[in-house]
Structures are given as structure tokens and as C-alpha cells.
Design a binder for this molecule. Sequence first.
Ligand code: ADP
Ligand code: MG
Length: 642
Amino acid sequence: MKINLRVKLTLSFILVVLLTGAISIIIGFNLILDKLVVQAQSTVMSHLNSSELIYADDVDILNLEINRISVSEEFIEAFLSDDRTKLQDLISTRRNELSIDILNVTNANGRIMVRGRNPDLYGDSVIGEIYVKKTLQEKHSFSGNGVFLQTYLQKEGTDLGQQAIVRIVKTPRSRKGDRLIEDRGLMQVATSPVIHRGKVIGVIYGANLINNNFGFVDRMQRLVYENEDYDTSNAGNVTIFLDDVRVSTNVRNENNDRALGTLVSEKVYDTVIQKGETWLGRAFVVNQWYISAYQPLRDLDNNVIGMIYVGIQEKLFQDINRQTLLFYILMILAGSALALLLSLYFIKTILTPYKTLIESSKQLARGSYIKVDIDSRDEVGDLARAYNKMIAAIRERDEKLRDQTEQQLGQSEKLASLGRMASGIAHEINNPLTGILTYSSMLLEDFRGTEFEEDLQTIVDETMRCRKIVKGVLDFARETRLEKEKANINDALKQAISLLERHYNFFNIEIILNLDENIPEIMLDLNLMRSVFSNLAVNAADAMPNGGKLMVSSRFSPKTHLITIDFADTGIGIPPENLPKIFDPFFTTKEPGKGTGLGMAVTYGIIKRHNGTIDISSEPGVGTKVTIELPIDDEINYPKPS
Ligand code: ADP
Ligand code: MG
């Protein structure tokens, strides 16, 4: 199948464009994706940091309030007075005012003096609670996270105990386990020693229960995500975990309820709770993927007791991704289309000159020499210039050839009509000549030895000369019969030369024979060929009265199937104006009686009858060369290669 250049070029250009396009899409895709992921993660990370700060702030504020109470005169006075109800009233009021879940006071032994929430229960020891114990021991205030057991919370009030209870809910991908409820409370705790006259006389402590308390997480959500223009309020979330359980969250489940009691995934649990490290990445939260960050929450002894979590729905980033990538792909496609259009344009500009060249060469084959009009300064331009030169050369050669053939045609027509006339005359003269010769010969016999003998002899001789001329004319006019036989042209040459060599005309002429031994035999009239060669040799000798060289050569070309014979002399040459007349019968430059002007005419006739050509070229003062070409008869003479 022939695929043209345009299709080939177009296909390869398209291939290159598509390949680069595809590669840049793949590379760009990944780069953009990476960048977006990094950006998403750093956003989430900064949200996490904000959340931690706000969470820590809440603890600090609680701590501040507890401290303020502990140093107030009113409180010290109530503490020191024997009236317990006075202290009870004060603490209960403060707890309400500040809306703290737990606000209790102990004595120096860690026994409860008053409970702000549950006035009926007092006198029990809370020294086991690490915060109280540490405050008494180290005599300064503490704040932070803690886990309070259900039994303790019950003492503060059944409602508080109830608030702490979170039912465990199973979700896909969450941690497996067989716990059914979480009844401990995750607390923000702050303590202060009660000091009188430099001595610690008790402890005041406050605590807020995080379980089922959504104040912090919702405030966080408002603060952090407030300015972000997401289509759902649920786009960014904050969660507080007690151990692996969501105890306060604004992550929603399918029913749009807070996803309390759901568990974290095993992977996150392992990283954050077990190893105490920050976790950043994709996480499947309850029912969808989030870009998430988890940070451990620690108690006073630095044990990990829970986590703080922030996340942004991956969906949102995927939307941004999708938009960015769509834009990117559109850009690449537009770029590719542009590249393609450009390459098509270039292909057109490259191919147009070739089309012009092809068109012009077709015209050339039809015989019109149309030059191409391409003038670019590149290889195509070079090609066009070379092509135009070639056209000019072909034109010149064609015109020369035409002139030559016209000349040759004229020559052979002229010779043919001359031949017809001459042979007509010769025929007419031949018969009377025969009569004259017969009768004059008879008379010569009769009058031999008399005074008429000499005159009669002259008549016979001159008549013989006339007959010779007539025979020559008939030879030239192709009127005599050819007697062809299979022979070697070299033999004819050798015979003719060896006869002439001894003639006195050739005494000071060097004859150089150069014969090709591989010439095939052809059908020849040997007698006529010999006379052709002696004609040429005699002409050459006549042209070299003071001696010179005659070079006779023969050769055969298997390519053209032609035998070529050259007669080249170093004689006087022929003036150009005489060249067209050389083959005319009776054209001679020799003095009367010496030349008949028939030699070349007869030679021409004989060569024509062997289907050959004869040509003469000459330079006056330098020499003359006659060239004969004879075709070999392929069927008979030239064995086919086997
Ligand atoms: P002739 O020899 O009788 O003159 P030809 O037909 O043989 O007649 O030759 C015609 C003429 O061509 C010659 O008279 C001579 O002028 C010229 N000619 C032929 N051969 C040669 C040659 N080898 N060198 C120079 N002139 C030549
Ligand atoms: Mg002659």
C-alpha cells in the first residue's frame, strides 16, 4: 500500500503531539494531585492546631476561675467558718454562675467538704483522684484532662453520670471490639490549693464533662470553618475521643444525627492512642472519606486518654481537584490542537513545492519546459534551482537533437532523390556503353598492329572508365544486389588494408590497426565492405600528401549491440562548409581526372544497405574521422545469454 508523504508527516506529527499531551497530562496530573493533597493536609493541620489551642484555652479559663475563687476573701472566710452551709451556698452559687459541671471543695485530707452540684453528699474521700492528690502534695494548682469513672460521676449527680454514657455504635472500617457502652467521663479539670497563713488547708477543684457536651466542638466548627464557603455545614468537623470512642462530635451519620459512640479505625488508634503520635492523612470517618488529623489528649501522668480530631470532607478537595485537572486537561488539549494546526500548516508549506515540482516534471514529459517558481532559501529552494537548471539543459539538448535529425533527414532525402536521378541516367547510359565497348573491342582486335590500334585502345579504356562510374552510381543508388554472408568485419578491414599498404600512396603513411577481437560475426557483403574501407583509406591517404597516421579501429558494445569502425587520419581536414556535401555524388575537391566524387556517396549507399550509419567529423589542419556504426542482427548473430 502506498502511503503518501502528507499522511506520513501528519500521522507522525499527531503521534508526537498526542504523546507529549498524554505525558504532560500524566505528569501534571500527579504534580497537581500531590500539591493539592499537601495543601489539603496543611489546611487540616492548621485547623487541628487551632482546635488544640482553643481546647487548651478552655482548660486555662477553668483554671483561672478556680484560682480566683480559691483566693477570694469571701471563700476563705466561708471555708474557715464552722458553718458548712455558708460554704455550700457559696460554691453552689459560683458553680451555677460559671456553669461548671463539678465544683467541689475538700479539706487538707482530701475529704469532700461541699459538693457544688450535690449538696447532700459530703465527707467522702477523693484523695484517690489524682488531681486532688497532686494539688495537696505539691501545693499548687493543676489543670488538664482526666477520666472520671461512672461511680464517681454518680456521686456528683445521676444526671451527670447519665450524660457521660455513650452507646457504642458499629460502623464500617471502624475498630472492632465488644464493648457496648462507654460510661467513663472525659473531663477538663482544674484545681487550686486553699492556702491560709502559708498552709494548705484544702483543695478546690472544678471539672467539665466533655461527653455529650457539644459546646466546644460546635464553637470550634464555627470558628475554624466559619469563613470557608462550603456548600454543607458538615464539610469540616471536630471530634473529641475518649480512648477510641467519639464522645463529642459534629460528624453526622446518615440520619444527620451526631455520630456519637462510633469508634476510630484500627490504623489511627494504633498511631495516636498506642504510639502517641499525630496522624495525618485520609481517613474513613463513619461513612465517608475525610482528610483528617488526629492529636493525642494526655492526662496529668502524660498517658494518652483520648484524641482531638479535625477533618475536611475529601469530596470538597476532590471537587477542587476535578476543576483544576479539568482546566489543566483543557489547556493541554488546546495546546495540542494548536500544535496540530501549526504542524498541518507546516506540512502544507513543505509539500506545496514538491507538488509544483511533480506537476512541472509531468509537463516536461509531455514536452513543455516549465520552470518552477520556488525561491525559498532552504533545501527545497536548492532542489528547485537544480531542477530549473536541469530543465534548461534538457531543453538545449532536445533542440540540438531536433536540429541534428532535421539535418540528417534533409541529407538522406537529398541523397535519395539524387540517387534516383543518377540511377535513371546510369541505366540509360549502361546499354549504349555496352554497345560501344563491344564494337570498339571488336574493332581493336581487327586493327591490331595498324595505325588505328592506339586510338581504338583509348576508346576502349575510356569506355571502361565510364562503365566503372556507372557501376559506382548504381551501387550508390542501391541498384546492385547484395550478396551477404556471415563474416567478421575485422577480416574485411585486414584484407582492404593489406592490399593498400603496398601501394605507393601509402609509403609515408603509418597505418595503426586496433581491432576488437570480440566482435561477433554479422551478415555482410564482404566485397562491398572491402571497397568501403579502401575508399576511406584512399581518401585519408589523399588528405596526407606529406605523410601522417591513419588509425583504423573496430569495437563492439554489448550494451548498444553496435559495431563501431573508425578511420581517423592526421590529414588536411575538411572545411566546415564542405561537411554537408561530402556524401553528395560527384562532390570532389580533387583536380579533374584524379577524383570522381563518388567514393563517399557509394560508401554511404553501402552502409545504409547494411542498416548502418556513417558520420564524418573533421578539423581543418588537424585531421578527419569517419565513424561507421553497424547493428548486429540480434536473432542470428548475437547469442542470447543463457
Ligand atoms: P573523391 O575522393 O573522388 O574526391 P570522395 O567522395 O571520396 O570523392 O570524397 C569527396 C571529397 O571529400 C573529397 O574530394 C575530399 O575533399 C573530401 N574528403 C573525403 N575524405 C577526406 C579525408 N579523409 N580528408 C580530407 N578530405 C576528405
Ligand atoms: Mg575518394
